[in-house]
Write a protein that binds this ligand. Structure first.
Ligand SMILES: Cc1cc2nc3c(=O)[nH]c(=O)nc-3n(C[C@H](O)[C@H](O)[C@H](O)COP(=O)(O)OP(=O)(O)OC[C@H]3O[C@@H](n4cnc5c(N)ncnc54)[C@H](O)[C@@H]3O)c2cc1C
Length: 477
């Protein structure tokens, strides 16, 4: 198979807001290569609905800090939260300088409110289509030193003497090897590993696997957020929490308020609402009669309801996998524990979310920490030969059966027996050196799921910590 060779100063893997923020802020003297698995727009960032939380219009950031810590039940790192919120007060002005035009009501910003926010501080664009608009505007502003390659799947990081020096993978079906002075992982979360998800299907935990292979520390992988309100249809889409901020309430088939026992009602923190809805015996609906101008303010939702012939005044919902709070451990500048490797966005664990992310804090995190990574990146000499990888040898049918199995245990209350059987079954797989793009992609997904499975077992006291001999040897033989 032919091998395409590339050389760059900084390689960014991903094309969501984290990747684009780094690319926009790196010195323009650097040659930057941004690669992404599918099309540039196939990201969770493009799907973002509610908006970006910022204390821009508040006198201080204190209340935003407090809400973030309270939503995390004090499990987030207070120092990192303060950093996020304080630096995040500039996000609106910053993005406006790049041409982003936040929604307004006359002369003032049209602010949204979401669960566990004590006030309205969510800045949005195009109603519930914030991600699509923000990303299109920012991508248009990428400077000439940034070269973009779509349809590049990265399946290995190149290393020498413990440092990361680039990456290799597939461009289309052909092998590609990219030498780089620094590598930034911006590969997003894990939601695409299962069907009941709000996430883009390209986002499957690959960054966790790449980082782990390189020897980087991962942390708190079991901190996964389930969103309470996905549209209850075959291919679910998110129903933004901003709808509840605008007056919608969660009710049962008889119109009784499902969150009536919580002091914050339908606007309780996500984990609380998702737990109640998961345990609820019947179908839950979003009752929207109090939401003014729904179709105008939530055009994406209105279109989804029309497409599924649903009445937008009573929308059936159910929880699904949404966001990973844990990930690749990083310092405040996005440095991982391996030289030459940085991580940013949902793949990274900055500590700002703890066990439960406050709504609309993650686009903020991408922007704030993306800028910090761009300022911190140091270029190392890169010179490394191709190291051929291996992949699990399996048919598509076998892979699909594993995916179904993952869907059974990667839930709000993971079933240990299912996890154990998944680990045992995947352990039987053998490896091949004849790696195709499809096998590489599927192998990354199974390895990401195995990392999560080991983390859940470890949490239950049933496994050695991931990274100790048995689990690493098994997963990365
Ligand atoms: C439906 C939905 C609505 C949301 N709404 C909001 C909101 O309103 N406000 C908010 O703050 N947050 C929201 N979130 C969360 C937020 O959108 C994400 O956390 C954030 O966009 C993550 O950005 P990212 O750049 O880290 O990753 P992503 O935007 O997910 O991008 C990851 C990129 O990595 C690429 N990639 C992955 N693996 C590989 C590989 N092996 N090789 C090459 N490329 C690879 C993918 O193709 C993709 O381009 C929402 C999420 C969803 C799913």
């Amino acid at each position: 198979m032919s091998l395409q060779l590339e050389r760059t100063d900084v390689l960014i893997i991903g094309s969501g807001l984290a990747a684009v923020t780094v690319a926009l802020h790196l010195p323009d003297t650097f040659r930057v290569l941004l690669v992404t698995k599918g099309r540039m727009t196939e990201t969770n960032s493009d799907l973002a609905q509610g908006g970006i939380a910022s204390a821009y219009l508040e006198e201080t950031g204190a209340a935003h800090v407090q809400d973030t810590l309270a939503a995390s039940k004090q499990t987030a790192r207070a120092d990192r939260v303060r950093l996020l919120v304080e630096a995040g007060r500039d996000v609106v002005r910053d993005m406006e300088q790049y041409g982003v035009s936040f929604d307004r009501d006359g002369d003032t910003y049209a602010l949204g409110r979401e669960g566990a926010h004590g006030t309205s501080r969510i800045f949005h664009v195009g109603g519930d289509e914030t991600g699509r608009h923000v990303m299109a505007t920012l991508r248009d502003r990428l400077p000439n030193n940034v070269h973009v390659m779509e349809h590049v799947l990265i399946d290995r990081l190149l290393q020498s003497e413990g440092r990361v020096m680039g990456a290799s993978g597939f461009k289309g079906e052909a092998r590609i090897q990219i030498q780089a002075g620094a590598v930034v992982l911006a590969t997003g979360g894990v939601g695409g590993l299962v069907d009941w998800t709000s996430n883009c299907r390209a986002v499957t935990g690959d960054g966790l696997v790449l980082a782990k292979q390189a020897g980087a520390k991962l942390s708190n992988l079991t901190n996964i957020q389930f969103h309470p309100t996905l549209l209850a249809v075959e291919t679910p889409v998110l129903v933004t929490e901003a709808l509840r901020g605008a007056g919608a309430t969660l009710v049962d088939a008889k119109g009784r308020h499902v969150m009536r026992h919580h002091p914050l009602g339908s606007l309780a923190p996500r984990d609380d609402v998702a737990a109640v809805l998961t345990a609820f015996p019947g179908q839950v609906y979003l009752e929207t009669s109090r939401v003014e101008r729904l179709a105008e303010r939530f055009p994406k939702l209105a279109a989804s309801c029309r497409a599924h012939h649903l009445d937008a005044s009573s929308i059936p919902v159910r929880p699904g996998l949404h966001f990973q709070m844990g990930g690749v451990a990083v310092d405040a500048e996005g440095r991982t524990t391996v030289q030459g490797l940085y991580a940013v966005g949902e793949v990274a664990e900055t500590g700002v979310h703890g066990k439960n992310r406050l709504a609309s804090n993650s686009l903020l995190e991408c922007w704030v920490f993306g800028k910090r990574v761009a300022a911190a990146v140091e270029l190392l000499d890169c010179d490394s030969g191709e190291k051929g990888g291996t992949a699990y040898e399996m048919t598509d049918e076998v892979f699909q059966s594993f995916r179904r199995q993952i869907g059974k245990w990667l839930t709000i209350s993971p079933a240990i027996d299912e996890i154990r059987s998944f680990l045992e079954n995947t352990q039987q797989l053998t490896r091949t050196k004849h790696v195709t793009r499809q096998l590489a992609e599927q192998t990354l997904q199974l390895e990401a799921a195995r990392l999560l499975a080991h983390a859940f077992m470890e949490r239950e006291g049933l496994d050695e910590p991931i990274g100790t001999a048995r689990s690493t040897d098994t997963v990365f033989a």
